[in-house]
Design a protein around this ligand. Structure first.
Ligand code: CS2
Length: 502
């Protein structure tokens, strides 16, 4: 098979098994400016948008990417060198990989190089939506209080340098101020991050930020800008060299393909400041209230990922698939979902929770997806507080079960302290708070609750005596060197005994 470099000019020469954009790319406008062009954006929102343009020929909806961080530069370079084309490699559990070239990206702006270009792009008439995947930590709020963190030095920088901001809030504020000044309608701000009420949180953070220097603009944003909440889902492992090789085997030289599972879901609140793509024509669900969907997804999928990620890392596993294929971990996750999460979930319209949970386990077990535990555990400081702590809090209020969640936090303490598996192999830790976590974790050798005493992650959890007792028992076992699998076995036995007794 010929191997073809991905370019606009080579699209028609790609193997016929590769799906390519069928619309006129040269005529695309960029109705969407997207900040944070990571793998997830490329496998999810850009995928839905590309499918929509393909089906409708509605050329308003190209996407202009924006990178806020130096780390985005390589991404920009790769995309630029491929006329902003990239391929999605969809990995099916039977080993088969489907290839689709996505063409809806029109440009990529590196914000640090030219902040004005980003502000004027967002302020342009043809921009209807500014969407975000800036990670859970990017929203700059203190999870325990839910309030905007003005102590962040980058926020202080942005307040004094409104024309050259570093963070998203400065860009949004500058672009919205410009639109308001010229009497133009605002764009919609659409969060695609895994945060419950992601739209409401974005709104609260942005308005708080703006209110610090411009009350009138803050009022205008509050009353004119829409921030739809959304549930987003598609497992998208980090791209590595093996994916470049796989693309090549399938006939394409792509410097930065994205790989993902076949499953995808997007539930969006119909709350837009201006027009939007009819994503519902390509599988998105448009609903009035997204709350039950997002709660279900974050608490079942993302939290289970953290459970498998943290405990699986200590056990020496490297991928989600390896962890879930251990029957002990399958039992653990089943127990976690059934006993610690399901009891605090509301009914979800159109979804049978027991099917949803079964599908999750099957998705985790997809042998063709090598989702590394390093990716899953990256930025756990933001993830645990978003995915797990609210579940624990609710269980504590209703006298529910927290055994597995407390084991996960104790395991995370050990993991953060030693940066090692229990077999002594090094773990790669990617977390902005890694140092602080390590210090707090290390202190638990003397003071067992030290790790829990981080209110920005755990809120007031440390004040709950029964939770602390459970947690301390796991800390002492883990620090005494008891293997995680033994702790899990006895935890599951106790749970079973309790069930029989009940
Ligand atoms: C994962 C998510 O890293 C994580 O926290 O749980 O990236 C997960 O794969 C996606 O949310 C799936 O939709």
């Amino acid at each position: 098979m010929d191997v073809i470099s991905l370019q606009q000019s080579t699209l028609s020469s790609l193997p016929t098994t590769v799906a390519v954009p069928e619309y006129d790319r040269q005529a695309l406008q960029s109705g969407i400016v997207h900040v944070g062009v990571g793998g997830f954006h490329r496998s999810h929102q850009a995928f839905y948008t590309d499918n929509y343009i393909n089906g409708s020929d509605d050329l308003r909806w190209g996407i202009c990417g924006v990178g806020l961080r130096e780390a985005d530069r390589l991404v920009k370079q790769h995309l630029e060198s491929q006329d902003y084309l990239y391929s999605i490699l969809t990995k099916h559990p039977d080993g088969h990989t489907q290839v689709q070239v996505i063409g809806c990206m029109t440009d990529f702006l590196m914000a640090p190089d030219d902040p004005e270009a980003v502000i004027s792009k967002m302020a342009a008439d043809e921009t209807y939506i500014v969407s975000l995947t800036i990670t859970e930590g990017g929203y700059n709020y203190d999870p325990s209080s839910g309030e905007f963190d003005f102590t962040n030095p980058d926020i202080q920088h942005d307040l004094t340098n409104p024309d050259k901001p570093k963070l998203i809030f400065g860009y949004l504020a500058a672009a919205l101020a410009r639109r308001r000044k010229t009497d133009r309608p605002p764009f919609t701000i659409q969060s695609c991050d895994n945060i419950q009420h992601n739209g409401d949180i974005t709104r609260k953070m942005l308005v708080t930020y703006i209110r610090a220097f411009d009350h009138e603009l803050a009022d205008w944003v509050e009353s004119h800008v829409c921030f739809p909440n959304a549930m987003v889902d598609r497992i998208t492992p980090a791209t590595d060299q093996s994916d470049l090789a796989l693309a090549k085997n399938l006939g394409i030289i792509d410097k930065w393909p994205v790989t993902c599972e076949p499953f995808h879901q997007w539930v969006i609140e119909d709350k837009f400041s201006q027009q939007r793509p009819a994503w519902e024509l390509v599988g998105a669900q448009i609903v009035d209230d997204v709350t039950p969907y997002e709660t279900m997804k974050i608490r079942l999928l993302n939290a289970s990922h953290s459970v498998l990620g943290i405990l699986g890392s200590l056990r020496g596993y490297q991928t989600i698939e390896q962890a879930i294929c251990d029957p002990l971990f399958t039992k653990l996750i089943t127990e976690f979902m059934d006993k610690e999460v399901t009891p605090i979930l509301d009914a979800v319209p159109g979804i049978d929770l027991s099917d949803y949970k079964k599908t999750l386990i099957a998705r985790f077990a997809n042998p063709n997806i090598k989702d590394s535990l390093t990716r899953i555990c990256s930025q756990s400081s933001a993830k645990v507080s978003t995915f797990l702590v609210p579940t624990i809090m609710e269980n504590l209020k209703s006298n529910g079960n927290t055994a597995i969640a407390s084991l996960v936090i104790a395991g995370w303490c050990l993991y953060s302290d030693t940066h090692l598996t229990q077999q002594g192999e090094p773990l790669e830790i990617i977390d902005d708070m890694a140092e602080t976590l390590q210090q707090a974790a290390h202190a638990s050798r003397i003071s067992p609750l030290a790790f829990l005493e981080q209110p920005s992650i755990f809120g007031a959890l440390v004040e709950n005596t029964s939770f602390c007792n459970e947690y301390k028992s796991y800390i002492s076992k883990l620090y005494a060197g008891v293997a995680i699998e033994h702790i899990i076995v006895s935890l599951l036995d106790q749970a079973q005994a309790k069930q029989v007794y009940n």
